[in-house]
Design a protein around this ligand. Sequence first.
Ligand code: ATP
Length: 306
Amino acid sequence: LSQLYGPLSMLGSNYRMIQQCFIDMENMFDLFDEPLEVKDAPDAKPLVVTKGMIEFNDVCFHYQPEKQILKNITFVVPPGQTFALVGPSGSGKSTIIRLLFRFYDIQSGSIKFDGQDISTIQQNSLRQNIGVVPQDTVLFNSDIRYNIRYGKVTASDDAVEDSAAAADIHDKILTFPEGYNTVVGERGLKLSGGEKQRVAIARTLLKAPAFVLLDEATSALDTQTERNIQASLAKVCENRTTIVVAHRLSTIINADQILVLKDGEIRERGRHEDLLMQGGLYADMWQQQQTKSDDNSENGFPTSST
Ligand code: ATP
């Protein structure tokens, strides 16, 4: 940690913003291993959000030249729509999310937000407009109010509580020993996985970004918690351009488009029903998950969706 905070503290006014990004992202992308190598162009401009469109145009990317990771990825997420990324482990889903946050520059092609090339946008302003709901939310050793307010540090107490209510955690917080003043995190009250995810949802609702990146938890929550979380997540995505990395296909049957990745390529794309009809990779994955679901009725899968 000292290695991280040393350089961060030198970043002056950007410190808080960047720290927030780290908190949002660290578990999602193992950020502590990521080099901070992307710099703003000297004439970089703030992102101007007009409609909320995301474009990947023929994007190729590698971490190391000897291993190509993304190969000619092209897709356009129209404003307000939800796209899902699915595919086997290592297929490049998280890499696409990292590139949207511009943790790396691409080797060829372009990534655009509302027509503005990501390489010409100030990184701070890009990240201000993106909300992230990671798999496992990191909490500060501070009170729950502070933890939620991190989505928007200028938010009033009322706004914090409203977003907690929308994320369906307000009533739970009122049962904590000191309500919103209860310290959570390592040295305070421990929150469950579902509760931590709600904190991330509340933060994102407070931040009210135009774009949302969502990394679905791989660890199964119990069926009821899962359903409730899905309802809160739906609120976060409502009217926002959303890209979700999905592990359980049952959660994305309503996505506007599903991109099926394998070995860094988009192999299939379409809505859930279309992909099932195609009888390809997605249909196989669906079938496998349905079989697992039949084996274990408590893992959160619906049983009637084929
Ligand atoms: P999962 O579902 O397991 O999270 P994924 O589809 O999100 O997988 P990525 O994390 O995007 O896959 O990884 C794609 C490929 O890039 C993998 O082969 C991975 O080993 C490689 N990779 C990921 N991060 C790095 C890195 N920092 N340096 C080098 N290679 C990396």
